[in-house]
Design a protein around this ligand. Sequence first.
Ligand code: MTE
Ligand code: MO
Length: 326
Amino acid sequence: MHVRIPRPWAIRESEVTEERIYRARRHFMKTSAVAALGAGLFPGLVAARAEQQLDALRPLEKSRFSTDEDPNTYEEITSYNNFYEYGTGKEDPARLAPKYLKPEPWSVEITGEAEVTGSFALEDLLKPHALEERIYRLRCVEAWSMVIPWVGIPLADVIKRFKPTSRAKYVKLTTLLDPEQMPKQDSGGIFGFLSTIDWPYTEGLRMDEAMNELSLLAVGLYGKEMPAQNGAPIRLVVPWKYGFKSVKSIVSIHFQETQPNTTWNDLAPNEYGFYANVNPEVDHPRWSQARERRIGELFKRDTLMFNGYGEQVASLYRGMDLSKHY
Ligand SMILES: Nc1nc2c(c(=O)[nH]1)N[C@H]1C(S)=C(S)[C@@H](COP(=O)(O)O)O[C@H]1N2
Ligand SMILES: [Mo]
C-alpha cells in the first residue's frame, strides 16, 4: 500500500502553484495551513477535498510549535541537501536519491528494551496517528539554516505504543543500509571521505529527548510525501539540534540502556558531540556557531540557543555543562 499524505491542495495545476498558494496564504493570513491533516492517514481524495474546503473557508488552527517565519521554497528545501549516502555535494541528493531510493514498500524494525517489538510496515506504523504540520527551523552544523513545513507525527506518540521498559534510556535510529539504493555506501572510493563512514548512518537520542513534544517523525513536507532527497519515506526531525541528528530514511528504532554510537560522533568526536544542541556559544573547532546563513537570504543572522526552542527543551539539560556535552 502506498503511503499517501492527504493533500490539502490536491486539485491544482502544478506544484509551483501549490507552493505559491501555500506561501502566499501563509504570508497574508499568518496561519498554519493544516493543524491536523485528518485522523485517518489514507482517506484519499475525500478527506483531501474536505480539507481543501475547510482550508479555503477559514484559517485553521496553527500548531503552537510552528514558527511564523516564512518557510523556504519547496525548490530550496529539495535541492540543497545533506544526504551523504548520495554524495557530499549539496546537489547530489536531489540528483541521485529519486533515482535510487525505493521508499515503498518500507518497514521499520522496532527492537530492544520494549514490550512490543517487531517489524512494522510503514503504513501500520503510521495508521493510528494523525498527521500534523510543524513548521520548524532547521540549523545545520555547517552554519546554514532553513524553515521547513514538515508533515509528521510526534515521535513520543509512536514510542509510547511500543512500551519501552525502564531499561530503555536511549533510542537509536538507523538509516537503511543498501548500496543498491544508496550508492555511496559502497562506492565512496577507497580513499575517499565517504569510505571512512561506518554505514549505515545512525543517530540517537536520550529517552527524554525522544519523548519531547518537539521530536517529530516526518513523512512529508509542504503537504506532500517526503521527497527522496529529504529522507523518504520517514525521517527524524529534532529542531533544537544540529541537522545531522535528524536522521533520514529510517529502518530501525532501537531502545537501549547505554548511549548509542552515532555516525558523526564516531567520525570526529571532538567536532560533533552526541547531544549536538544548537548553541551559538560553543563553536565548532573549525568555525563559529554564533551566526548562520538562512538559505535564500543575503545577510547572516544570529544563531539562537537551542535554535530558538529553549522554552520546550532547556529543562532537559539543566545542570549539564553544555560546553562539555556539546
Ligand atoms: N541518513 C542520513 N541522514 C542525514 C544526513 C545524511 O547524510 N544521511 N545528513 C544530515 C544533515 S547534516 C542535515 S543538515 C539534514 C539535512 O536535511 P535536509 O536535506 O532534509 O534539509 O539531514 C541529516 N540527516
Ligand atoms: Mo547538517
